[in-house]
Design a protein around this ligand. Structure first.
Ligand code: TRP
Length: 456
């Protein structure tokens, strides 16, 4: 099977693919949505702290383990620790990849429908509306099952084909374009009249909010999700690296780009939301109200303020769909690689089985938005979709990240892990600093978080 595994041709190829995995709906849809739910700037502050002190060390660790073992999460764990309870990391990885994909593909389906609407002039209908269009789009079960299914078929097709050529080429072109477009939109947004209120909401933290365990939990979960951490996606991608490829600067680049794009998305949504609400309807903007529809409600209004706005809209949703696509590929690749490596399945069988299961499981997430049973689950008092986000983003990924950091810091051990890092030569972070973060800071922070949320 080692022939099937392949490897990145170059370090930039790896950086590109890993950045493609990290940058996605989590940055542009998820981050502003979570900031809105989490009360604004306090959430942003905790998010940044989580990225730097908890997540960045784990990201470097995942890539190092993958490069060292040249295997995906389950295989890498077994290689370093043939016995013991660490195999749960592999189990968690397969489950998280599959289930996150099942609801991620639903949102990806919305972005494709918005692309279609932008091209056919349908976005103009919502230029001054307040999310009516999003309500109509998300509540149509048949159409959403269809678009979710289409997105999964496209992902499966690509993963089945072997991902390197198509995806690398597409991301190389699309990622810089996405960045430029986001920058233009952010500049437009912050220069709208009344944008200051949005900037204050986004940048001036209310510190009494910052100590709320709910918000801390959501921010840490969002940081893991956005960086594709906690389920071995980066172990898998790291395993395709040549052992001579340095990973330190690559990891810093991935974290930096991903965080910059999430922050940019906030600079687009909040100033625009506050500004447009104040001059179009005289009402105030409530960032919590939109829920998952926040960006879908605000963006069409922002496009309408730009000359040639619908063209911007079309370009934006095209690039967002591509960003989502490079992420769904990495989500599907983890369980597929597992079935190939551990169960010796042919790639096509693995792709078909995982994609079919994921599709079936995506249906209750679709139905979460059209009223009825799944939009008001009796036991949880929320939608099935919310339940999935809570369990996987806020639960499984931080838990997986904690186990991975304990595994690296204590089972693999600071000395061996440090030796692997030393292969890169001197640089930042030093093995001593990184070892300290991954042995103590990351796992302790996550542990305290879990205790404060579920036990206290
Ligand atoms: N990071 C991606 C985003 O922000 C989503 C994603 C892709 C992901 N692969 C992952 C999340 C692996 C967790 C684990 O949109």
């Amino acid at each position: 099977m080692t022939n099937d595994r392949g490897s990145w041709g170059s370090r930039p190829g790896f950086i590109l693919a890993a950045t493609g995995s990290a940058v996605g709906l989590g940055n542009i849809w998820g981050f502003p949505t979570q900031v809105g739910q989490g009360g604004g700037a306090a959430f942003v502050l905790i998010y940044l702290i989580a990225v730097i002190f908890i997540c960045a060390p784990i990201l470097l660790g995942e890539v190092l383990v993958g490069r060292y073992a040249q295997l995906g999460p389950a295989g890498a764990v077994r290689r370093i620790s043939p016995s013991g309870p660490w195999w749960v990391i592999g189990l968690l990885a397969v489950a998280a990849g599959t289930f996150i994909l099942s609801f991620y593909a639903v949102i990806a389906g919305w972005t494709v429908q918005y692309l279609w609407l932008a091209v056919t002039d349908g976005l103009a209908a919502d230029a001054e509306g307040s999310g009516a269009l999003f309500g109509a789009v998300s509540a149509n079960p048949i159409r959403n099952v269809l678009f979710t299914g289409l997105f999964l078929v496209a992902t499966a097709w690509c993963v089945n084909r072997g991902i390197r050529r198509g995806i690398e080429a597409a991301s190389r072109l699309m990622m810089p374009l996405l960045f430029v477009l986001l920058l233009i939109l952010a500049i437009r947004s912050v220069t709208l009249p009344g944008a200051a209120e949005g900037l204050a909401y986004y940048l001036r933290p209310d510190l009494s909010q910052a100590l709320n365990p709910e918000i801390i939990g959501a921010a840490v979960g969002q940081a893991f999700f956005s960086l594709s951490l906690g389920m071995g996606a980066l172990i898998t991608y790291g395993s395709y690296l040549h052992r001579s490829h340095a990973v330190r600067s690559a990891s810093i680049a991935i974290v930096g780009i991903d965080t910059t794009i999430a922050l940019l998305a906030g600079f687009i949504i909040f100033p625009a939301g506050f500004s447009i609400a104040s001059f179009s309807s005289g009402s105030t903007f409530d960032p919590t109200a939109g829920g998952p529809g926040l960006i879908f409600a605000v963006l069409p209004q922002l496009f309408a303020t730009l000359p040639g706005g619908l063209l911007f809209g079309a370009a934006f949703f095209l690039l967002l769909s591509v960003a989502a696509f490079t992420s769904t590929i990495s989500l599907l690749e983890v369980p597929v690689a597992h079935a190939i490596d551990q169960w010796r399945w042919p790639r096509s069988k693995a792709v078909l089985a995982v994609a079919a299961f994921t599709f079936a499981f995506s249906i209750p997430s679709v139905l979460s938005f059209s009223g009825g049973f799944f939009s008001e689950l009796p036991a949880v008092g929320g939608t099935f979709f919310d339940l999935m986000v809570n369990v996987w983003n806020e639960g499984a990924l931080p838990l997986g990240g904690m186990l991975i950091s304990l595994f690296i810091g204590w089972r693999w051990g600071a000395r061996f892990a440090g030796d692997e890092l030393r292969r890169d030569g001197p640089g930042f972070p030093s093995p001593a600093l990184w070892g300290f973060l991954i042995r103590f800071v990351s796992p302790a922070a996550i542990f305290l978080l879990i205790v404060s949320r579920f036990v206290l």
